[in-house]
Design a protein around this ligand. Sequence first.
Ligand code: S6P
Ligand code: ZN
Length: 198
Amino acid sequence: MKYLEPLSRQVRLSDGAIPEADAVQERRLSDLAGLFADEAAESELIASNPLVYRVYDAAALPKEDGQLLFSTTVIQSGRVGDEFFMTKGHYHARADRAELYYGLSGQGILLLQTPEGRFEALEMVPGTAAYVPPYWGHRTMNTGEEPFVFLAAYPADAGYDYGTIARDGFAALVLAGADGPRVVANPSFVPTARAPKG
Ligand code: S6P
Ligand code: ZN
């Protein structure tokens, strides 16, 4: 039996960074082109191409059944029109894989949807543990004034399906309103009745 070595990583609570991260991915607004509802606001802001979020992949582990990956996501505070800065959003390529999010700092919303277009919005603050069930697409947004940081732990073979959301959009939008964030149905969303695949 060849055993993997146990490991730990420090998550810097002041800013969500993992200094020993195996990889850091940066997503700027140009990486999210076409995902925001207000196209005019998006193309105006793309000129300065702000950083929207970073993902710190904690450790290089085998991407196989039985392994767990973990990472932090740090979403900057900002808006495109009335829509909050957010992640691209994805289903898992192995759609039956679940995931756990844990809020570390700042505040945000975890938006989830089924391929048929049912959606749920979970508020996330420091200390919130949020469960992403199998088959639900998921996207997070920063609804506060500070960076929004959460830890994610997920099966290493989950993978990413970004294409479905890039093509169909998300069933709901989270918009800034006078009384705080509003979750509204997205009129441009095209539900995809997909047979669940495992
Ligand atoms: C992975 C997990 C997160 C996201 C990260 C960025 O399954 O859900 O680590 O990858 O929050 O979001 P996205 O949609 O750009 O991958
Ligand atoms: Zn995921």
